[in-house]
Design a protein. Structure first.
Length: 75
């Protein structure tokens, strides 16, 4: 894997926001993860947020539907 900015260098990791491959010189380590210089210094952007799974209400609807189906099968 090669650095996105320096193709002659081996990359050590990826930017946590944009996904660019980064070498030792390009890698900016923050308490929230590793970033490229552009993403680390973007004033209007916070750290990357992980994608959430299903919302609680979706899980609730699935459980309610399962309960109704099971109740109908029992009676």
């Amino acid at each position: 894997m090669k650095c996105a900015t320096h193709p002659d260098r081996t990359a050590l990791g990826y930017c946590g926001r944009c996904g660019k491959a980064l070498c030792k010189e390009c890698l900016v380590r923050l308490s929230t993860g590793n970033y490229c210089d552009t993403c680390a210094n973007a004033p209007d952007r916070g750290p990357a947020r992980p994608r959430r799974g299903m919302s609680w209400w979706v899980v609730g609807l699935i459980l309610l539907a399962a309960f109704i189906v099971l109740r109908a099968l029992i009676h």
